[in-house]
Design a protein around this ligand. Structure first.
Ligand SMILES: [Zn+2]
Length: 210
Protein backbone atom coordinates (compact mmCIF):
# COMPACT_ATOMS: atom_id res chain seq x y z
CA UNK A 1 0.00 0.00 0.00
CA UNK A 2 3.05 2.23 0.25
CA UNK A 3 2.81 2.82 -3.47
CA UNK A 4 -0.24 5.03 -3.12
CA UNK A 5 0.89 8.60 -3.74
CA UNK A 6 0.10 10.84 -0.78
CA UNK A 7 -2.36 13.52 -1.87
CA UNK A 8 -0.80 16.06 0.49
CA UNK A 9 2.05 16.40 -2.00
CA UNK A 10 -0.22 17.25 -4.93
CA UNK A 11 -0.16 20.92 -5.90
CA UNK A 12 -3.43 20.83 -7.82
CA UNK A 13 -6.16 18.63 -9.21
CA UNK A 14 -4.24 17.94 -12.37
CA UNK A 15 -1.50 16.23 -10.35
CA UNK A 16 -4.04 14.25 -8.37
CA UNK A 17 -5.73 13.03 -11.54
CA UNK A 18 -2.46 11.58 -12.79
CA UNK A 19 -2.59 9.11 -9.92
CA UNK A 20 -6.29 8.72 -9.14
CA UNK A 21 -9.03 8.14 -11.64
CA UNK A 22 -12.63 9.15 -11.93
CA UNK A 23 -14.98 6.18 -11.75
CA UNK A 24 -12.35 4.04 -10.04
CA UNK A 25 -11.03 6.14 -7.16
CA UNK A 26 -13.35 9.12 -7.07
CA UNK A 27 -16.62 10.38 -8.44
CA UNK A 28 -17.85 13.90 -9.10
CA UNK A 29 -21.49 14.83 -8.71
CA UNK A 30 -22.86 18.18 -9.83
CA UNK A 31 -26.43 19.31 -9.49
CA UNK A 32 -27.02 22.72 -10.99
CA UNK A 33 -29.78 24.89 -9.74
CA UNK A 34 -29.88 27.76 -12.21
CA UNK A 35 -31.09 30.89 -10.51
CA UNK A 36 -29.77 30.00 -7.08
CA UNK A 37 -26.93 32.22 -5.82
CA UNK A 38 -25.81 29.48 -3.41
CA UNK A 39 -23.47 26.54 -3.94
CA UNK A 40 -22.94 23.80 -1.38
CA UNK A 41 -19.60 22.08 -1.96
CA UNK A 42 -18.11 18.94 -0.38
CA UNK A 43 -14.57 18.72 -1.81
CA UNK A 44 -13.63 15.80 0.48
CA UNK A 45 -16.79 13.75 0.26
CA UNK A 46 -17.43 10.02 0.14
CA UNK A 47 -14.79 8.09 2.03
CA UNK A 48 -12.42 11.07 2.32
CA UNK A 49 -14.25 12.87 5.16
CA UNK A 50 -17.13 10.66 6.26
CA UNK A 51 -20.58 12.13 6.31
CA UNK A 52 -19.76 15.37 4.48
CA UNK A 53 -21.45 14.27 1.22
CA UNK A 54 -24.66 13.42 3.05
CA UNK A 55 -24.67 16.71 4.95
CA UNK A 56 -24.01 18.70 1.76
CA UNK A 57 -26.84 16.90 -0.05
CA UNK A 58 -29.23 17.50 2.82
CA UNK A 59 -28.42 21.21 2.95
CA UNK A 60 -28.79 21.68 -0.80
CA UNK A 61 -31.96 19.65 -1.29
CA UNK A 62 -33.44 20.70 -4.60
CA UNK A 63 -32.89 24.40 -3.95
CA UNK A 64 -29.15 25.08 -4.11
CA UNK A 65 -26.32 24.17 -6.46
CA UNK A 66 -24.48 21.09 -5.24
CA UNK A 67 -20.97 19.82 -5.91
CA UNK A 68 -19.51 16.62 -4.45
CA UNK A 69 -16.01 15.22 -4.93
CA UNK A 70 -16.27 11.77 -3.40
CA UNK A 71 -13.69 9.14 -2.62
CA UNK A 72 -14.96 5.71 -3.70
CA UNK A 73 -11.85 3.61 -3.07
CA UNK A 74 -12.16 0.58 -0.82
CA UNK A 75 -9.49 2.05 1.47
CA UNK A 76 -7.03 4.95 1.92
CA UNK A 77 -9.42 7.55 0.57
CA UNK A 78 -8.04 10.37 2.70
CA UNK A 79 -4.45 9.49 1.93
CA UNK A 80 -5.03 9.18 -1.81
CA UNK A 81 -7.58 11.91 -2.45
CA UNK A 82 -7.43 14.64 0.18
CA UNK A 83 -6.37 17.59 -1.93
CA UNK A 84 -6.09 20.45 0.53
CA UNK A 85 -8.66 23.19 0.13
CA UNK A 86 -6.41 25.94 -1.25
CA UNK A 87 -5.17 23.52 -3.90
CA UNK A 88 -8.59 22.18 -4.81
CA UNK A 89 -9.04 23.55 -8.32
CA UNK A 90 -11.09 20.80 -9.96
CA UNK A 91 -12.34 22.52 -13.16
CA UNK A 92 -16.00 21.48 -12.93
CA UNK A 93 -16.18 22.81 -9.41
CA UNK A 94 -14.66 26.15 -10.42
CA UNK A 95 -17.03 26.34 -13.36
CA UNK A 96 -20.05 25.82 -11.12
CA UNK A 97 -19.13 28.23 -8.34
CA UNK A 98 -17.91 31.11 -10.48
CA UNK A 99 -21.55 32.15 -10.90
CA UNK A 100 -22.42 31.75 -7.22
CA UNK A 101 -21.80 34.64 -4.82
CA UNK A 102 -22.45 32.36 -1.83
CA UNK A 103 -20.24 29.29 -1.56
CA UNK A 104 -20.39 27.10 1.51
CA UNK A 105 -17.95 24.20 1.77
CA UNK A 106 -18.55 21.22 4.04
CA UNK A 107 -15.65 19.44 5.71
CA UNK A 108 -15.07 16.96 8.49
CA UNK A 109 -12.45 17.26 11.21
CA UNK A 110 -11.57 15.24 14.30
CA UNK A 111 -13.22 15.90 17.64
CA UNK A 112 -15.17 13.92 20.21
CA UNK A 113 -17.45 16.85 21.04
CA UNK A 114 -20.10 18.38 18.81
CA UNK A 115 -18.78 21.55 17.17
CA UNK A 116 -18.74 23.44 13.88
CA UNK A 117 -15.66 25.56 13.19
CA UNK A 118 -16.54 28.31 10.75
CA UNK A 119 -13.95 29.92 8.50
CA UNK A 120 -13.79 31.74 5.18
CA UNK A 121 -13.69 35.34 4.00
CA UNK A 122 -17.44 36.04 3.98
CA UNK A 123 -17.70 37.56 7.45
CA UNK A 124 -21.33 38.50 7.12
CA UNK A 125 -22.61 35.07 6.07
CA UNK A 126 -20.31 33.42 8.60
CA UNK A 127 -21.82 35.49 11.40
CA UNK A 128 -25.33 34.81 10.15
CA UNK A 129 -24.78 31.03 10.08
CA UNK A 130 -23.04 31.07 13.46
CA UNK A 131 -25.95 32.84 15.09
CA UNK A 132 -28.40 30.37 13.55
CA UNK A 133 -26.39 27.40 14.79
CA UNK A 134 -26.21 28.83 18.29
CA UNK A 135 -29.95 29.47 18.31
CA UNK A 136 -30.39 25.78 17.45
CA UNK A 137 -28.04 24.88 20.34
CA UNK A 138 -25.40 23.56 17.98
CA UNK A 139 -21.92 24.54 19.21
CA UNK A 140 -20.18 26.84 16.74
CA UNK A 141 -16.85 28.62 16.85
CA UNK A 142 -15.61 31.32 14.48
CA UNK A 143 -12.28 32.30 16.02
CA UNK A 144 -9.31 30.78 17.78
CA UNK A 145 -9.49 27.51 15.91
CA UNK A 146 -7.30 25.76 13.33
CA UNK A 147 -9.49 26.34 10.27
CA UNK A 148 -9.63 30.06 9.40
CA UNK A 149 -9.83 29.42 5.60
CA UNK A 150 -8.66 32.93 4.80
CA UNK A 151 -6.46 31.92 1.88
CA UNK A 152 -8.09 33.49 -1.22
CA UNK A 153 -7.33 30.25 -3.06
CA UNK A 154 -9.32 28.17 -0.60
CA UNK A 155 -12.13 26.71 -2.69
CA UNK A 156 -14.72 28.36 -0.44
CA UNK A 157 -13.35 31.76 -1.50
CA UNK A 158 -13.35 31.16 -5.25
CA UNK A 159 -16.98 31.85 -6.04
CA UNK A 160 -18.40 34.96 -7.73
CA UNK A 161 -17.78 37.20 -4.70
CA UNK A 162 -14.28 35.85 -3.91
CA UNK A 163 -15.38 35.13 -0.38
CA UNK A 164 -17.20 32.20 1.12
CA UNK A 165 -17.73 30.14 4.24
CA UNK A 166 -16.00 26.93 5.25
CA UNK A 167 -17.58 24.61 7.79
CA UNK A 168 -15.41 22.07 9.59
CA UNK A 169 -17.68 19.66 11.40
CA UNK A 170 -16.33 17.44 14.16
CA UNK A 171 -16.56 13.70 13.88
CA UNK A 172 -19.01 13.59 16.77
CA UNK A 173 -21.41 15.96 15.06
CA UNK A 174 -21.27 14.13 11.73
CA UNK A 175 -22.99 11.12 13.23
CA UNK A 176 -26.62 10.33 13.69
CA UNK A 177 -29.18 12.89 14.57
CA UNK A 178 -26.72 15.72 15.10
CA UNK A 179 -25.87 15.77 11.40
CA UNK A 180 -29.54 15.80 10.43
CA UNK A 181 -30.29 18.68 12.74
CA UNK A 182 -27.21 20.58 11.60
CA UNK A 183 -28.11 20.20 7.93
CA UNK A 184 -31.72 21.21 8.53
CA UNK A 185 -30.66 24.32 10.45
CA UNK A 186 -28.22 25.43 7.76
CA UNK A 187 -30.68 24.73 4.97
CA UNK A 188 -33.44 26.67 6.67
CA UNK A 189 -31.10 29.59 7.37
CA UNK A 190 -29.89 29.76 3.77
CA UNK A 191 -33.43 29.54 2.40
CA UNK A 192 -34.30 32.49 4.60
CA UNK A 193 -31.53 34.76 3.32
CA UNK A 194 -33.12 37.88 1.84
CA UNK A 195 -31.24 37.42 -1.45
CA UNK A 196 -32.63 33.89 -1.80
CA UNK A 197 -36.18 34.90 -1.00
CA UNK A 198 -35.99 37.87 -3.35
CA UNK A 199 -35.48 37.55 -7.08
CA UNK A 200 -32.64 35.30 -8.21
CA UNK A 201 -29.26 37.01 -8.41
CA UNK A 202 -28.13 34.80 -11.24
CA UNK A 203 -30.02 34.34 -14.46
CA UNK A 204 -30.39 31.13 -16.33
CA UNK A 205 -28.43 32.10 -19.40
CA UNK A 206 -25.27 32.55 -17.35
CA UNK A 207 -25.29 28.79 -16.86
CA UNK A 208 -25.32 28.06 -20.59
CA UNK A 209 -22.73 25.47 -21.50
CA UNK A 210 -21.07 23.24 -19.00
ZN1 LIG B 1 -11.89 18.66 4.16
Amino acid sequence: MNEIADAKHFRNFSELSRHQHRGRDFEITIRRKPGSPIAIVAPHGGGIEDGTSQIARAIAGHDFNLYLFEGIRSSSNYHALHLTSHRFDEPECLSLIKHCPFVITIHGCGGADDCVFLGGLDQELKLHLTQALKRAHLPAQTEGHRFPAINPLNICNRGASNKGVQLEITHALRRDFGAVRLAATLRHTLLSLPIVKAKPAVTQHQYAGT
